[in-house]
Design a protein around this ligand. Structure first.
Ligand code: HEC
Ligand code: HEC
Length: 265
């Protein structure tokens, strides 16, 4: 019943990720960290932010992708159009079309572990999962429960002006992406996340959808000049990125969680 894939984690990659701690100054505003309250809840909230910012270090053993949550949830999950998680806690429980059932926030976080991080979710009552939930809850303070998601802050969705061309995307990639994400798409461990290959997200990930990546790229990439690509260029370069191979998600795999010990009395 328990079918958990063996997880590999390269130690050098991990050490580099620790050394670089958060992608070369691309995260200007980490202001939320300043206001995290003191005390038990505050330290759990802070731990959640650390997991988001440096997943290979703080959720070691749960991920095989060589990147952190903040590779797609920018500025510790606070950037509009950049995978913001602000206010999200108020939207759960919610209907999930992929799972065909109503899910909790833990279930949604688990999806990103399975697909985007090509890993295995921490048990729901583990410290890692509780910390991530605590951080997102803290980011959502003040948002009324049940508030509708604001489409203006989500990853942008727009149709391609013309048919996307991976061929045109090849040139854009060489000029505007390769310097960081490298010609082989592997990036630089701990600095620039991989866009394809064995250490990238798997084919079940939201980012694996062409429209999702184009919307993300349009407002956030290239990281040294976000907003400079046209919609068409965003689609073309994303089509090129997604034309490469990456890990496959085995959707028939059953994911189960070991029970955690708890000392209540
Ligand atoms: C490869 C990119 C990528 C990585 C890495 C990633 N995510 Fe995501 N995540 C996404 C995308 C894309 C969405 C869908 C956003 C949307 O629907 O607008 C998403 C959605 C989510 C949501 C639901 C947000 C919403 O607005 O409904 C949560 C919660 C989440 N991710 C948590 C995490 C956590 C925690 C990690 C790290 C363990 C992580 N993600 C890593 C790309 C990623
Ligand atoms: C100056 C370096 C730099 C350049 C140039 C750059 N990126 Fe990125 N990219 C990053 C960093 C760093 C991240 C992680 C998020 C962050 O910290 O901003 C990232 C994240 C991403 C992600 C989400 C994470 C992942 O690995 O899937 C995608 C997709 C992406 N970049 C695509 C592109 C594309 C396409 C281009 C060219 C148009 C580009 N990037 C140019 C540095 C760069």
């Amino acid at each position: 019943m328990i079918a958990v894939r063996p997880l590999r984690l390269a130690l050098p990659a991990l050490l580099l990720a620790i050394a670089a701690s958060g992608c070369a100054g691309t995260h200007a505003g980490r202001s939320p960290a300043k206001a995290i309250p003191a005390g038990h809840v505050g330290s759990l909230v802070n731990y959640g932010r650390e997991i988001l910012d440096d997943t290979p270090k703080y959720a070691k053993g749960y991920v095989t992708a060589d990147m952190s949550c903040q590779a797609c949830h920018l500025n510790s999950g606070t950037k509009s159009r950049g995978g913001t998680l602000v206010g999200l806690y108020a939207q759960f429980p919610q209907w999930n079309g992929r799972a065909h059932r109503v899910i909790a926030l833990q279930d949604r976080i688990a999806e990103c572990f399975l697909y985007s991080m090509n890993g295995r979710p921490p048990a729901y009552q583990s410290k890692e999962m509780e910390a991530l939930v605590a951080y997102i809850a803290w980011l959502s303070r003040g948002t009324p429960v049940g508030a509708k998601p604001n489409p203006a802050v989500r990853i942008a969705r727009f149709a391609p002006p013309g048919a996307p061309s991976a061929l045109r995307g090849t040139q854009i990639y060489a000029q505007k992406c390769e310097m960081c994400h490298r010609a082989n798409g592997a990036g630089v461990s701990g600095r620039y996340p991989p866009l394809w290959g064995p250490k990238s997200f798997n084919n079940g990930a939201g980012m694996h959808k062409l429209a999702m990546m184009a919307g993300f790229v349009k407002y956030n990439m290239p990281a040294n000049a976000p907003g400079t690509l046209t919609k068409q260029q965003s689609y073309d370069v994303s089509a090129y990125v997604l034309s490469h191979s990456r890990p496959k998600f085995n959707k028939n795999e059953l994911v189960t969680f070991p029970a955690q010990r708890a000392g209540y009395f």
